[in-house]
Design a protein around this ligand. Structure first.
Ligand code: AMP
Ligand code: FE
Ligand code: FE
Ligand code: ZN
Length: 292
């Protein structure tokens, strides 16, 4: 059983439509796919339809842009009711922050003599509400300014580069209980990312577990072996679910092929059990996973 719980479609910054992503997952030999676009459930309906057609098990999720002690943390939320008013309000604010950032980035690019318009960005973002720096990067590629997304980030869009603009992210300590109240479960994505200072530390993760955090994404391309082992130890001590995933973005990110990291079946089971408990505790119907 091959399980990949973190992937992106064109509903955010992936390069495949949700249906194409589902088909690619089948072709890659996956049995279970988590669709986790940034800050939106927009791709869910198309992915559900495609999964029902192909016999793939689909776990509906999203990757919420949050802030913890002044730093960005990506929080995977699985199976929440996206119409939950509290969750919807957080997502609405994040998406508005994404929208309002595009003109600011365009302005910074103009200041260094690079002429692309908001329309150029809109043209490559496939009507996603979750427009982001990857779409600006795609517009720069389309305009022949850079050869690929990675170069756009390195030279222009990363923090410290001329066109970097920050954006709003939702308070992590608020989002964790809101997702639970919406009948879902939360997992910190690429928990230590490429950071060398191992933030959030074990103590902070323990505090988040008390707030209702369910798991840590341990097996991820951004984590060297020592980080994985340390995170696995923290998860074991706190009884958190351990996941592994590709963070696939279609052609948008190299070295993140579908299934390059996977989640153990018993960990998925624990995750789904926790979601069922969250749903019951909040008086909601237990969310269904699409399965053949
Ligand atoms: P944003 O959410 O708009 O701030 O953009 C961050 C997103 O850009 C991340 O979720 C990644 O998917 C993507 N990203 C970050 N760095 C790179 C890179 N070097 N190459 C391709 N995509 C990247
Ligand atoms: Fe992304
Ligand atoms: Fe992420
Ligand atoms: Zn991601």
């Amino acid at each position: 059983m091959r399980i990949d719980l973190h992937t992106h479609s064109r509903a955010s910054d992936g390069t495949q439509s949700p249906a194409e992503l589902v088909q690619a997952a089948v072709d890659a030999g996956l049995d279970v796919l988590g669709l986790t676009d940034h800050d939106t459930a927009e791709g869910w309906a198309e992915a559900v339809e495609a999964a029902e057609r192909t016999g793939l098990t689909l776990v509906r999720g999203m990757e919420v842009s949050t802030r913890l002690d002044g730093r960005g943390v990506h929080l995977l939320a699985y199976l929440p009711d996206p119409t939950h008013p509290g969750l919807d309000e957080h997502l609405r604010r994040v998406l508005e922050g994404r929208r309002s950032r595009v003109p600011a980035i365009v302005e910074r690019l103009a200041a260094v003599g690079i002429d692309i318009s908001e329309d150029d960005v809109a043209r490559v973002n496939h009507h996603s509400a979750a427009s982001g720096r990857p779409h600006v990067a795609d517009a720069l590629v389309a305009a022949g300014v850079v050869p690929d997304r990675a170069t756009a980030f390195r030279d222009l869009l990363n923090p410290g580069r001329p066109a970097y603009v920050d954006r709003y992210a939702a308070p992590l300590r608020e989002v964790v209980p809101v997702v639970a109240d919406a009948g879902g479960v939360t997992v910190i994505a690429h928990a230590w990312g490429r950071r060398t200072d191992r933030f959030p530390d074990a103590e902070t993760i323990a505090e988040l577990a008390d707030l209702g955090l369910t798991g840590l994404e341990v097996d991820h391309q951004d984590h060297p072996p020592q980080a994985r082992e340390a995170l696995r130890g923290i998860a074991r001590d706190l009884d958190l679910v351990v996941t592994g995933s590709s963070d696939h973005h279609g052609l948008g990110k190299v070295d993140h092929e579908l299934g390059c990291n996977t989640t153990a079946p018993e960990e998925l089971e624990r995750l789904l059990d926790a979601a069922a408990r969250a749903a019951r505790a909040s008086g909601r119907e237990v969310p269904e996973v699409v399965s053949p």
